[in-house]
Ligand binder design. Structure first.
Ligand code: SAM
Length: 368
């Protein structure tokens, strides 16, 4: 290990872990030789993976093998090993030699028995092994690992991935999005939802190659990253059904309050959340000791609320500027739309956003 490298001990959940101390920035570098720093802003992301993996173990009839594929210090993997209950083991992998040494140090420090550490290229590891849960948490885009993850994942297993290339997915760099995801984004008030659907569309398309269905269990966006948990089922007929949700939104179609100028996508047009699973996750969350518990609770609350709502959303500020009116209170809009018999929900995509099955002319009328 590099002699100049310094560590610090931090606690997440109920686990005390050594991580690389970051003196300069909160963002870690991406190359194999550079030391990957601990990113405290990802604690909620890691906390939710604890809850999801507990759900997977609780719902499995046999032994579950979990993989933290891009582990850095190994914080996610050692937390899984330390904080989950049931019949499971964890593999923690990183190709960076310093990261690998730190992972081993953390495993020894915590005296964990159900863990193995590996120092491989993730794509190589996935080509040689099968897992029930694969966590892909890269710097930037996860696309480089999705094909091998799809081949490695066991039937009814979960692929979890983070994407931090938000500028590509949200349409600031449309050419990058097209190259990576094979899809055209839409830089607009609904760009986060489109980006999330493009990421899921990419996974759906890859699953289709291997006759697999995708079932998004939880999908969400924050200011810094996209995150999806997708259950994968082996079935040609279900893969065909899954592909029915993979489509292009044609030009001149209304998305939220905005009209597309060109075709966008292809992307996933199916559900983003599984309402039943979100409910079960909340029960598990209740029992876990997590620092971000309240935030995760609020997020799951919103995801459950919007689980069955239609694709895309309106924002009160977006409508206000389009209609040159000051925005009415959200509660007023909700009350009026509900009184007219329409469904309306909040959305995690935006604090001023709402999803509804009401047509735009009705929304405008309510707004005015
Ligand atoms: C964003 S960091 C992971 C952060 C970590 N999951 C956490 O929660 O703190 C990405 C890691 O991926 C590793 N990495 C990048 N490409 C890899 C590859 N092809 N195979 C294995 N590890 C890789 C890097 O060394 C880095 O440690």
């Amino acid at each position: 290990m590099n002699k100049n490298q310094s560590f610090e001990a931090i606690t997440e959940g109920t686990t005390n872990v050594l991580v690389f101390k970051n003196k300069e920035s909160k963002k870690g570098p991406g190359s194999k030789d550079k030391v990957p720093f601990y990113n405290p802003s990802m604690e909620l992301n890691r906390d939710l993976s604890i809850v999801m993996c507990q759900w997977l173990i609780n719902n499995s009839k046999s032994h579950v093998n979990l993989l933290d594929g891009l582990a850095a210090s190994g914080i996610r993997g050692v937390r899984l090993a330390n904080e989950l209950d049931g019949d499971f083991d964890v593999t923690i992998n990183d190709w960076n030699p310093d990261a690998f040494k730190l992972i081993k140090k953390n495993i020894e420090k915590l005296k964990l028995k159900n863990v193995e550490s590996t120092n491989s290229n993730l794509n190589t590891l996935l080509s040689q092994n099968k897992f029930n849960y694969i966590d892909v948490d890269p710097f930037g885009s996860p696309v480089y690992f999705i094909d091998s993850a799809m081949r490695s994942i066991s039937n009814y297993g979960i692929i979890a991935c983070t994407a931090t290339d938000t500028a590509a997915l949200c349409g600031t760099y449309p050419k990058v999005c097209l190259r990576r995801y094979g899809a055209i984004p839409f830089h607009s008030s609904v760009m986060k939802e489109i980006g999330l659907r493009i990421l899921l569309g990419f996974v759906c398309r890859t699953a289709g190659v291997y006759d697999k269905e995708i079932k998004p269990l939880i999908s969400y966006v924050t200011d810094h990253y996209f995150r999806v948990y997708i259950q994968i089922v082996n079935s040609t007929s279900r893969a065909n059904d899954s592909m029915k949700n993979f489509s292009v939104v044609k030009s001149n179609v209304l998305i939220g309050a905005e009209t597309t100028k060109e075709d966008i996508g292809p992307m996933w047009m199916g559900k983003l959340q599984d309402k039943r699973v979100v409910k079960e996750l909340r029960t598990i969350l209740f029992e876990k000791q997590l620092k971000t518990k309240n935030e995760v609770w609020k997020l799951l609350d919103l995801l459950e609320e919007e689980a069955d709502a239609p694709a895309f959303f309106y924002t009160t500020d977006g409508l206000a500027s389009a209609l040159k009116k000051s925005p009415p209170k959200m509660e007023k809009i909700f009350e009026k739309l509900k009184n007219k018999g329409f469904e309306v929900t909040r959305t995690h995509f935006s604090p001023t956003g709402f999803k509804t099955n009401a047509p735009k002319n009705v929304i405008e009328k309510v707004f005015k």
